[in-house]
Design a protein around this ligand. Structure first.
Ligand SMILES: N[C@@H](CCC(=O)N[C@@H](CS)C(=O)NCC(=O)O)C(=O)O
Length: 208
């Protein structure tokens, strides 16, 4: 089993943190997204959607979405629990994870990919070209600010995103908050978000 990875990119970092929390170390294949390696025939044979992370099992089976990969790893290695201790907590982890992907990661990507010169015709991931739309830079930035505010408000009430337990939702949120610095958005005057960010960044997994 091995992981197709790209060290600087946010999404595969989620899987690396998840693996580190589980105490797992998988062989990794680095895919150079900046050089366009995701569009080459070799990687398209692994994932025709041209994105990382991808987990490839020993029989060649591939999983090409972070949540699917983490879900598989959780089923194979249940401890420590990262996807919820019971039915309701599991549902909450999935709910928050989806919310953080949509309101956080996608909003930040919208601002970043529609502006950056290196993403000309690559405003969206995938094999088809997508032109940059400059109006989406400001919209993405506004959505990203709203996301940071929302997370600060949530973390005023609970130690971790879903409540009392660290979970995949914290991993996705940590990656999103760090990704926000790519569009020059810092935590700033958000005390609850700052307290939580210090705590989750201090876990050894954060540097995975
Ligand atoms: N929903 C996917 C998103 C994957 C994704 O967007 N990955 C980015 C890296 S963060 C990518 O592969 N980008 C390729 C590109 O920029 O062309 C997941 O969570 O696995």
């Amino acid at each position: 089993m091995h992981l197709y990875d790209c060290t600087p990119a946010p999404s595969p970092r989620r899987v690396r943190i998840f693996l580190a929390e589980k105490g797992l170390d998988l062989p990794r294949v680095e895919v150079d997204l900046a050089a366009g390696e995701q569009y080459g025939d070799a990687f398209r044979a692994v994932n025709p959607r041209c994105t990382v992370p991808v987990l490839q099992l020993d029989d060649g089976t591939t999983l090409a979405e972070t949540l699917a990969i983490c879900s598989y790893l959780e089923a194979c290695h249940p401890s420590p629990v990262l996807l919820g201790h019971d039915a309701l907590e599991r549902a909450r982890v999935l709910e928050w994870n989806a919310r953080i992907e949509t309101e956080g990661l996608q909003a930040i990507a919208e601002a970043f990919r529609n502006r950056s010169r290196g993403f000309h015709d690559r405003a969206l991931t995938g094999p088809e070209p997508h032109a940059q739309l400059p109006a989406l830079v400001e919209r993405g930035r506004r959505r990203s600010i709203a996301f940071l505010d929302m997370l600060d408000a949530r973390l005023a009430d609970v130690p971790y995103v879903v409540g009392n337990h660290y979970s995949l939702a914290d991993i996705t949120a940590l990656v999103a908050v760090d990704f926000a610095t790519w569009i020059k958005l810092e935590i700033g005057e958000r005390p609850h978000l700052a307290r939580w960010h210090r705590a989750v960044s201090a876990r050894p997994s954060a540097s995975a």
